[in-house]
Design a protein around this ligand. Structure first.
Ligand code: NDP
Length: 248
């Protein structure tokens, strides 16, 4: 188990926990002592996570859910309230890359799907979970963005726009909650060896990239009740603040 169990007794929800960065973050949160509510569509991935967390002596609640099912997100909030009466931590990690393509060639359904998962689902999570955060003595929400949000490279427009929208959403939430016990931040994980990265950069040698397990501790660190910043974008793996602008 981790030397520092700074999430002991706390309840943490991680989206996109079936593989990649979310899987490693869920495992790391459990190692720090949290009970992990793990959300994704792929049941096999969630079950493997459950096995790995049990091996650490930790515990999970598996939630097979398509985050485009917004009513399902509302039901999840209600179920967490019934069982724990509060939520202490959220990692809004699930994401969709969508087509890397000229904007004029993107099918409307692809555009809608990327915004549904990367933006609307995270807003629906905030909407459903905000009352539960308010019942925690130190709620910590972290959302996973990308360097793409500001680089605005050709053909990355859809993904970039969705992550820029996510950043605006989370900074606004941070501003709304800054006088409460809620802290909301963003993290850019940087290039990481996952299925999404391989899809984005098929010619790249994955061996040159960090593993999700290498970067997860830097993300989970932002869930520490002692961590007091809000409205910031972090380069968590390298422990750098990318943006020093506090929310208004
Ligand atoms: P993966 O594609 O490996 O994992 C994505 C996760 O999101 C999976 O667990 C997937 O679960 C989940 N997910 C996707 N769509 C849905 C949905 N509709 N409902 C529920 N869960 C969903 O990606 P990464 O681990 O690489 O990415 C994690 C985050 O990091 C993303 O937000 C991504 O944008 C961001 N990021 C990644 C970088 C990288 O280099 N890897 C760089 C910068 C940012 P399932 O399919 O089982 O539903």
């Amino acid at each position: 188990m981790a030397e520092q169990r700074f999430l002991d007794g706390r309840v943490a929800l991680v989206t996109g926990a079936s593989r990649g960065i979310g899987y490693a973050v869920a495992l790391e949160a459990a190692r720090a002592g949290a009970h992990v509510i793990a959300v994704a569509r792929t049941v096999g991935g969630l079950e493997t996570l459950d096995d790995d967390i049990r091996k650490l002596g930790g515990s999970t609640t598996l939630v097979p859910l398509d985050l485009k099912d917004y009513a399902g997100i509302d039901r999840l909030g209600a179920a967490i309230f019934e069982r724990w009466g509060r939520l202490d931590a959220l990692v809004g990690n699930a994401g969709l890359l969508g087509p890397i393509s000229p904007l004029g060639h993107i099918e409307p359904k692809s555009f809608d799907d990327v915004f549904a998962v990367n933006v609307t689902a995270n807003w629906r999570l905030i909407r459903s979970l905000d009352p539960l955060f308010k019942r925690s003595d130190a709620a910590r929400a972290v959302f996973v963005s990308s360097g793409a949000s500001s680089s605005c490279k050709a053909y990355w427009g859809l993904y970039a726009a969705s992550k820029a929208a996510l950043e605006a959403l989370v900074r606004s939430y941070a501003a709304e909650t800054r006088n409460s016990a809620i802290r909301a931040n963003l993290v850019n994980p940087g290039a990481t060896r996952t299925k999404m990265r391989a899809q984005a950069m098929p010619g790249e040698d994955p061996a040159t990239l960090p593993n999700p397990a290498d970067i997860a501790p830097g993300i989970v660190r932002l869930l520490d009740p002692q961590f007091n910043e809000t409205g910031r974008l972090y380069d968590a793996p390298r422990q750098r603040v990318l943006d020093f602008q506090p929310p208004a």
